[in-house]
Structures are given as structure tokens and as C-alpha cells.
Design a binder for this molecule. Structure first.
Ligand code: ATP
Ligand code: MG
Length: 400
């Protein structure tokens, strides 16, 4: 009998003048998330609340549509929680009658057991003749009258069943569930960025964390065909598709780094190869980001995780470019990254073993501290360094 889904948000409500933009962004993202499963739904913004209406002739959500919506809303950033609800006029008799219709289905699930029950009323309508407390008492007595006072135990702290009741100026609402969503900021409320996406565990998690803070992201991945197989890129395509569930589809830029890697192999000190690859990746990513109007790069780097992620090497790699690099995992342990990868559904894909671009001609004993002047000296040994990168950038494939 639900005719509305009440959507709640926290952080965006505190953003002063930007609030309007944030709310609009959230509404658009909810519409986008529901467009395939429930295109008839109407998403509305009314005074600090966003709600979803069924938009069908019966004005009721079918149970299976509600399930599908639940799955999608869990991935919409900016949303704190949401509740399928019955929207009602501001009238205590109607509220009470409707509560008595809702309650039996909630109690049914506890057949044979006495559920702990509570009512949480919130009255923001100051003209309404009852206080929140009085509404709660009225509803509890009505429920006791209908179900029998021995059929439940009141527990205000830890209830099996909570009946929520809101009485606002224009409407009142009743609901039984509060589903937690992902929090964060609506994607699109911060500028677009470009994530360096490998087939590993960390970079998909980094992309997710940045989307969660409101930035939509495009993706760039490096392979080394023919030294890496097509599966290397296919794997990243799959991960990007999974990540696109959290935003409007971002593009994937597919870069073949092999020509550059050969030049490094043939001209430079072996121990510096990884750092030199990384500096080239950053330069190419920066060029693409500027061209595509992405305002920062994102990586899955975590301090000290591998040779290329020591402070010294990160500094040397960073100095190849003049653009902000966001590293949301810099202080994360691998286990923390894995826990998020599991939660967002990229862990399985990341666990598939395929050859990685970075390991092509990789040194067995990479430098853990390569000063930037040494890197520059080695790069100077590569004939036509800039032209090689330009050619690679010209040949980038784009999955749009
Ligand atoms: P990940 O699990 O994200 O691959 P990692 O712990 O394996 O990270 P590295 O392989 O050193 O660490 O990579 C550090 C970061 O550099 C990655 O998180 C990613 O952002 C970027 N990166 C590495 N390899 C590639 C690649 N082939 N294509 C795109 N980005 C890459
Ligand atoms: Mg990696």
C-alpha cells in the first residue's frame, strides 16, 4: 500500500547556497538510477525532502518494483536513508486507520514470537493539535486494541518493528522501514575527474570513493599489447562498467604503452623502468584530462604498498605533471581496500589474474628511491620522448 518513498539526506542539507544545486543533482541522479526499472516513477523535491511516487494509475508501488528500487537506491550517493511510506492527509483519524492496516503485515513476520515494538512520531506541523508524544500514545493504544496488548512488547531502544509517523504542514506519512543508503554527495556536485584504472583492487575503490564525494569520473587504462593479452583490457572494461552503476556512464580511454616501454627497455637503467613508466602514464593521463576537461587525476596508490609507492618514488612520479592527483587510499591498508571492493562488487573482477602493463619488462629489483633528477636524466636518453607520447595519445581508443 506504499504510495511514496521518502528520501533523506544529511550532508547536502548543510551546504548553504549550494543546497539548491545539490538537491537538483540528487533528484536527477535518482531519476537516472530508476529510468530502466521504473521509468513511470516521479521524483520530486519538496521542502528539504526528496520523494518518489509510483506514477501509475493505482498510485501504489508493486512489491517487485519496490525491491528493484531498493537495490538501485543503495548505490545513489548523497542519499542517507529512505523509507517506503504511505503519504496521508494531516488528519489523526486517517493516520490511525492507516497505521492499523500497516501493522498486521509487520507483525506477521514474527508469528509465534512476541516482537519488540515502538512508534517514532515527529511533528513539525505546529498547528496540529497533538504533540509527538501524544501521537505515539494514541497509536500505541490503537495497535494494542487491534492486535491485543499481549501481542507485542514496547521497547524504545531496540525494537524489531518501528512505526515511523511524520506530521508535516502539507501531509503526514507512515513507514515501517528505514533503509540505509551510501551517504556522500550526489555525483555531479563536484567537478569531473579522470581515474587511472588498472585491473587491480585499489584503483576501482579509489574511483568509488571519489564518486562518493560527488565527482563523476572518466577512466584511463594502460595496456601493452602485444606483450599483454586482450584480456587485460577486457578486465578493466568490466570493472569500469561495474563502477558506472554509481554514476552516469564515464568513458574509458584505452592506452597502449608498449612503444614507450620498449624505448625505456632499450635506453634506460633497468632499475628505473617502473618509475619511468609511471611518469609517462601520469603525463598521458594529464594530457587526456586537460583535453576532456577533467580537473584532477585519481589513483589507487597507498603509501608504501609497493616499490613505486614509496614517498620518494611517489614524489618523483608526481613531479612529471602539474595537475592535482587525488589518492583516496593513500592511508588505507590492503584489507580496508579489499573490504570496500567486496562491498561495491569489484573484488571478484579484480581477483581474475591477467598480465598487467606495469610488469612488462619490469625489473626484478626496482629502485625504491629514484630522485627526480635521475628520472629526468634517464628520460633524456630516450630519443624522441615527447613524440613517442604524442603518438601514443593520438592512438588512444575510447569506449564511450
Ligand atoms: P591497483 O590495485 O589499483 O592496481 P596497486 O596496488 O596494484 O593498485 P600499482 O600497480 O603500483 O598499485 O598502481 C598504483 C596506481 O597506479 C593504481 O592504483 C592505478 O591508479 C594506477 N595504475 C597502475 N597501473 C595502471 C594501468 N595499467 N592502467 C591505469 N592505471 C594504472
Ligand atoms: Mg596494480
Amino acid at each position: 500500500m506504499y504510495n511514496c518513498i521518502i528520501c533523506r539526506y544529511h550532508e547536502i542539507a548543510t551546504k548553504g547556497n549550494n543546497r539548491n544545486m545539490f538537491e537538483k543533482c540528487l533528484v536527477e541522479n535518482i531519476r537516472h538510477a530508476l529510468r530502466e526499472i521504473a521509468p513511470e516513477c516521479r521524483v520530486k523535491r519538496i521542502r528539504g525532502r526528496v520523494w518518489i511516487e509510483p506514477g501509475n494509475a493505482e498510485n501504489v508501488f508493486a512489491a517487485e518494483i519496490l525491491d528493484a528500487i531498493n537495490v538501485r537506491l543503495a548505490d545513489v550517493f548523497g542519499l542517507e536513508s529512505y523509507s517506503p511510506a504511505v503519504l496521508l492527509p494531516v488528519d489523526m483519524d486517517v493516520i490511525r486507520e492507516t497505521a492499523l492496516k500497516l501493522i498486521p503485515q509487520a507483525f506477521e513476520k514474527f508469528a509465534g514470537k512476541i516482537p519488540k515494538f515502538r512508534i517514532r512520531a515527529r511533528r513539525s506541523n505546529k498547528r496540529f493539535p497533538m504533540t509527538s508524544r501524544e501521537i505515539e500514545i494514541d497509536l500505541v493504544s490503537a495497535v494494542a486494541g487491534k492486535m491485543g496488548s499481549g501481542s507485542f512488547k514496547i521497547d524504545l531502544d531496540e525494537a524489531d518493528i518501528t512505526l515511523g509517523c511524520e506530521v508535516r504542514d502539507e501531509f503526514s506519512a507512515l513507514y515501517l522501514d528505514i533503509f540505509r543508503a551510501s551517504g556522500g554527495l550526489p555525483v555531479g556536485s563536484n567537478p569531473r575527474v579522470l581515474t587511472l584504472l588498472s585491473g587491480g583492487i585499489d584503483s576501482p575503490v579509489a574511483a568509488w570513493q571519489i564518486m562518493k564525494r560527488g565527482s563523476p569520473t572518466d577512466f584511463i587504462t594502460f595496456h601493452s599489447a602485444p606483450y599483454t593479452p586482450p584480456e587485460t583490457v577486457d578486465k578493466v572494461r568490466g570493472i569500469a562498467a561495474r563502477l558506472n552503476r554509481f554514476q552516469r556512464k564515464g568513458r574509458l580511454f584505452i592506452v597502449n604503452l608498449a612503444e614507450f616501454q620498449k624505448a625505456v627497455r632499450d635506453n634506460c637503467a633497468e632499475r628505473l623502468r617502473t618509475v619511468l613508466y609511471r611518469r609517462a602514464m601520469f603525463r598521458i593521463a594529464e594530457a587526456v584530462a586537460r583535453r576532456e576537461d577533467c580537473k584532477a587525476l585519481v589513483t589507487g596508490e597507498a603509501l608504501g604498498q609497493v616499490a613505486s609507492q614509496t614517498v620518494a618514488n611517489m614524489d618523483t612520479i608526481n613531479r612529471a605533471i602539474d595537475m592535482l592527483v587525488l589518492r583516496p587510499l593513500v592511508g588505507a591498508d590492503k584489507l580496508e581496500a579489499i573490504a570496500i571492493a567486496e562491498k561495491i562488487g569489484t573484488m571478484k573482477q579484480s581477483s581474475v589474474q591477467v598480465p598487467d602493463s606495469c610488469t612488462v619488462f619490469a625489473p626484478s629489483n626496482p629502485a625504491t628511491s629514484a630522485p627526480v633528477d635521475l628520472a629526468l636524466k634517464e628520460e633524456a636518453k630516450i630519443p624522441g620522448y615527447a613524440a613517442i607520447l604524442e603518438k601514443i595519445i593520438d592512438d588512444i581508443e575510447i569506449d564511450a
